[in-house]
Design a binder for this molecule. Structure first.
Ligand code: NAD
Ligand code: UFG
Length: 345
């Protein structure tokens, strides 16, 4: 099996870090992205890190004809499908756009895999499919609950579409990676997260507050049933998460899959509270963050973290970076975005 990989959504946050890992592992990458939530300049960052410029095609995964032109070039052996819209709040306001984008894009990809005999796909799923588990940590057997948002529902539906397609068509292998909370940036600070507008997620809000772009970080709720009263998540370093995709592809190409559709939790196994993130961020970066504690955010899960042992055993993949390194990289990236000289760091 060849090493050509089509990476949809490859200029995005997780996609770009994964492209770096893929190139460093000897894969030949073609990126397709419609740039709806990313910037083409990310390619420069990838090239600066790896010395290799991946092929880039600006196209929309909802446009099957545009996608097919890429498949017809015949250089694709596997696919990593990241392309999706991902803002939870926006998905509540615009459910049809979310169902249309996330589901049609996947259906097009699977249809073209069949038509062009491309057997392998890694799919970006999310721990959001577990909702609030009754028992923690969450394993892959933890029941999936009804989704809290249209976005979350697209992940559940996409997993089901993949499961049914793999079963019916026989010619496709797929691995769904259920990500916990990815944070941080590449240690070079040449690529990182580029949130548009006011960030919804914790880490970009923290770094933008530290940089003075946001006045104050609101911490949503201190009265949860957790040791310190704050919500708990499993924050996974973006570079570790990226490496999990290489491990998944290697497994497929080496013929090591035990079933033609497999699911893995990708997390650290450690639950960390929102306040622990804030305090550790202050400590490792030697600064003070302006924050206030406000009411709970509607729909927030109280606590979730992963049992990653299945990925550890089967993929040989482990989360390696410390929270210190990750929070350092997040701040370094934010400084670079703000044009602050980080060359001595
Ligand atoms: P991102 O927005 O940075 O990356 C997604 C990329 O897909 C963007 O570059 C966007 O321009 C592109 N895109 C969107 N719709 C497209 C379409 N129709 N055609 C072509 N390109 C399209 O997001 P991310 O954080 O890198 O997330 C990547 C994947 O991982 C998504 O599927 C997301 O749902 C999933 N995920 C993310 C998280 C997280 O916390 N970041 C957690 C779990 C799962
Ligand atoms: N938080 C704050 N203040 C903020 C932002 C977040 O206190 O300004 C808190 C939240 O209440 C939560 C924690 O920080 O307790 C993490 O919040 P995020 O929004 O960063 O992450 P979530 O776990 O809520 O959700 C994210 C993605 C979802 C995805 C999920 C699991 O937004 O799409 O991770 O992968 F499904």
């Amino acid at each position: 099996m060849g090493k050509g990989v089509l990476v949809t959504g490859g200029t995005g946050y997780i996609g770009s870090h994964t492209v770096v890992e893929l190139i460093e592992a000897g894969y030949e990458v073609i990126i397709v992205d419609n740039l709806s939530n990313s910037d083409e300049s990310v390619i420069e960052g990838i090239e600066a890190i790896t010395g290799i410029r991946p092929e880039f095609v600006k196209a929309d995964c909802r446009d099957i004809d545009a996608l097919e032109k890429i498949f017809k070039k015949g250089k694709i052996d596997s696919i990593i499908h990241f392309a999706a819209a991902k803002a939870v709040g926006e998905s509540v306001e615009q459910p049809l756009e979310y169902y249309h984008n996330n589901i049609l894009s996947l259906i097009n990809i699977i249809s073209l895999m069949r038509r062009h005999n491309v057997p392998n796909m890694v799919f970006s799923s999310s721990c959001t499919v577990y909702g609030q588990p009754e028992v923690l940590p969450a394993t892959e057997q933890t029941p999936r609950l009804e989704a809290e948002s249209p976005y979350g529902n697209t992940k559940r539906i996409c997993e089901d579409i993949i499961r049914d397609s793999v079963k019916a068509y026989g010619s496709i292998n797929a691995i769904a990676l259920r990500y916990f909370n990815p944070i941080g940036a590449h240690p070079s600070a040449l690529i990182g997260e580029l949130p548009r507008g006011v960030p919804n997620n914790l880490l970009p809000y923290v770094t933008q507050t530290a940089a003075g772009i946001r006045e104050v970080l609101s911490i949503f709720g201190d009265d949860y049933n957790t040791p310190d009263g704050f919500c708990i998540r499993d924050y996974i370093d973006i570079n570790d998460l990226a490496a999990a995709h290489v491990a998944a592809l290697d497994r497929m190409l080496d013929g090591k899959m035990k079933k033609s559709f497999e699911v893995f939790n990708i997390g650290t196994g450690q639950g960390v509270s929102t306040m622990e993130i804030v305090k550790t961020f202050e400590q490792v970066n030697g600064l003070q963050l302006n924050y206030r504690i406000t009411g709970r955010r509607e729909g927030d899960i109280e606590a979730i973290w992963a049992d990653p042992s299945y990925a550890n055993e089967e993929l040989g993949w482990y989360a390696r970076k410390s929270l210190y390194e990750t929070l350092r990289s997040a701040w370094k990236w934010q400084q670079r975005l703000c044009g602050i000289d980080i060359s001595d760091e």
